[in-house]
Design a protein. Structure first.
Length: 580
């Protein structure tokens, strides 16, 4: 039998729960900490593959006009722009390379600016736009992506054609759905008279605009790649070590790829297959000081998707409802975790949006959501907290007697035999007083049931675009960003200390000091950079817990006094007759 710990069970429960939740913060802090690659001059000259697979089709595709007259030159003598759009998406193209130069989302607007653009400002600076084509021949690719294509537009359709009349040609076709965020594409390239079986098409550099506040926020996810390989969602981050001019990583070469997407905290571009997606390449490149003025990060990524030619690309926000429409595991691009856990996050987000409609303020909506969660689990948490408090108070009363027993055996020397006797005597004392030292542990089960909800809130709140630019009150003007004055994190830390002290039933000892002071300091440290919406939730949760604990403390104290009175007023039984 092991030596019994004289620390109240309540502190054990608090320590376990606090450490579990703190682990969430630690994981996030490690996960979202930006890498610091060595400083290098930005110079992208891509060459993704070493060999070119070719085949000669028996009949050229009818939709590729340049294939019908391979000896005829097809091009344009000037650079031209065109735009296709629907109710939520406006895409601008250039016939120079047949590339996307802007992709505006009319439903989402940057604070103090216009519609969000999924094409990064870096694209113009380094002259590298989405849907560049790479074949493995760097010289051919460089020329191809600079050619002036012949452009034709009809409604939400646009085609680009180019041919040198010597067996080299390219064709791109884009069609935007009447509604929604899907853009269909078709890309065909002919080299030296042979149609390539597959080519790499790109999206990047990066995704959208990165501002200084987001770059400093460790909870903001800068660009990453997610993909479905063999019906399993996987995530690829930028390289930690960067070679000149970039570091190349390869994925999905031997797997069955269903989709590939590049994403940041709020938006994503997801390639959905029609023709097979054969592999993925990710280039991580360093960003020099001059380019940091428009993209304040040390590095960024460039996504290349090897496709047979046809597919669709989703260009929009990381909206759970929209991503579920895409089917499969596309919703995992939300970065909310497994399927059932994503469903919990989405459910909480729906409630949050409903509360926002009711209140008109996301800060108030977070308060109401926290209150609802607290009330929902009140019966479970009440039972748990009462058991912990009662057990802690009961063991506090017995502590002097337990200390005497331990002191007695300590003087004798604690070998295996004496330690066993000491524990037997302590257990006998527990039995005499009707206390089960492990009984309070049953109160931990309700807390474990609540953990998925708490974890989901910690996951969902920093990753919902609805909080971006959401004003709360006074100095908190954006719930998606950290508190600029650090007032809310400090208040959260103070509330955590008070809440923990209210749960205490013994004088503060060394291990308790660690819990009372060290853990709140760690939480406060993490919250200094956490989105204000997340810190607000935790602060409100602490305040509500303090109120609940105050009520419990009064109830337990009253019940303990009644038990003591009943014990004193209980008449003793008749004495045993003496035998002379």
């Amino acid at each position: 039998m092991n030596d019994m710990d004289d620390e109240p069970i309540g502190f054990g429960r608090l320590l376990v729960t606090t450490v579990l939740i703190a682990a969430v913060f630690v994981i996030w802090a490690l996960f979202f900490t930006p890498t610091n690659p060595p400083e290098q001059k930005l110079n992208i000259n891509p060459h993704p593959v070493d060999k070119t697979e070719v085949e000669k089709p028996a009949q050229p595709p009818k939709e590729i006009l340049i294939e019908e007259k391979v000896e005829t030159e097809v091009s344009s003598d000037k650079e031209e722009k065109c735009t296709i759009q629907n109710d939520v998406l406006k895409i601008e193209f250039s016939n120079k390379g047949g590339l996307i130069t802007h992709s505006f989302l009319s439903k989402y607007k940057q604070k103090g600016a216009g519609d969000d653009d999924l094409v990064s400002p870096l694209a113009e600076k380094i002259n590298a736009y989405p849907f560049m084509v790479f074949t493995g021949d760097s010289k051919f690719d460089e020329e191809l992506n600079k050619k002036l294509f012949h452009m034709e537009q009809s409604g939400r359709n646009v085609t680009f054609s180019w041919s040198d009349g010597k067996g080299n040609s390219a064709f791109k076709k884009f069609q935007l759905d009447e509604k929604g965020f899907l853009l269909s594409y078709e890309v065909k390239v002919k080299k030296n008279g042979a149609l390539l079986k597959s080519v790499f098409v790109s999206f990047g550099p990066g995704l959208g605009k990165l501002d200084k506040a987001q770059a400093k926020n460790k909870y903001f996810q800068q660009e990453y790649v997610g993909y479905d390989e063999n019906n399993s969602f996987k995530k690829a981050l930028r390289a930690k070590t960067i070679k000149s001019p970039y570091t190349e990583d390869n994925y999905g070469v031997s797997g069955d790829l269903n989709f590939v997407g590049i994403a940041n905290n709020y938006f994503t571009a997801i390639f959905l297959k029609e023709d097979p997606i054969k592999s993925i390449k990710i280039w991580t490149f360093p960003i020099g000081e001059e380019l940091k003025k428009i993209h304040p990060a040390d590095s960024d990524i460039y996504l290349l998707v090897e496709t047979g030619g046809r597919g669709k690309v989703y260009l929009g926000a990381k909206d759970y409802k929209e991503l579920k429409k895409l089917g499969g595991l596309a919703f995992r691009m939300m970065n909310w975790g497994w399927g059932w856990f994503s469903a919990i996050c989405y459910f909480l987000l729906i409630i949050l949006k409903k509360l926002y409609i009711f209140s008109g303020n996301y800060g108030i909506a977070i308060f109401l959501l926290t209150l609802i969660v607290k009330l929902l689990f009140y019966p479970l948490s009440q039972s748990s907290m009462v058991k912990m408090k009662e057990m802690g108070d009961a063991m506090k009363i017995l502590k002097p007697q337990i200390d005497k027993i331990r002191a007695k055996y300590k003087k004798q020397g604690l070998d295996m035999q004496s330690r066993a006797k000491m524990n037997e005597e302590i257990m006998a004392l527990y039995q005499k007083e009707g206390i089960n030292p492990l009984g309070g542990m049953s109160g931990c089960l309700p807390l474990l049931i609540q953990l998925p909800i708490l974890w989901a809130l910690f996951t969902m709140l920093p990753n919902t675009i609805d909080l971006r630019g959401a004003y709360f009150a006074l100095w908190i003007k954006d719930l998606s960003l950290p508190d600029p004055l650090y007032i809310l994190p400090i208040l959260m830390g103070i509330s955590m200390v008070i809440s923990t002290m209210m749960s205490s039933t013994q004088s503060v000892e060394t291990s308790q000091k660690l819990l009372l002071y060290f853990m709140p300091i760690i939480f406060t440290w993490f919250c200094l950079w956490a989105p204000a919406g997340l810190t607000l939730y935790w602060f409100i949760n602490n305040i509500l817990t303090m109120g609940q604990q105050a009520i419990i403390n009064k109830q337990v104290k009253k019940r303990m006094l009644l038990k003591q009175k009943e014990k004193k007023s209980t008449p003793k039984g008749p004495s045993r007759p003496s035998h002379g």
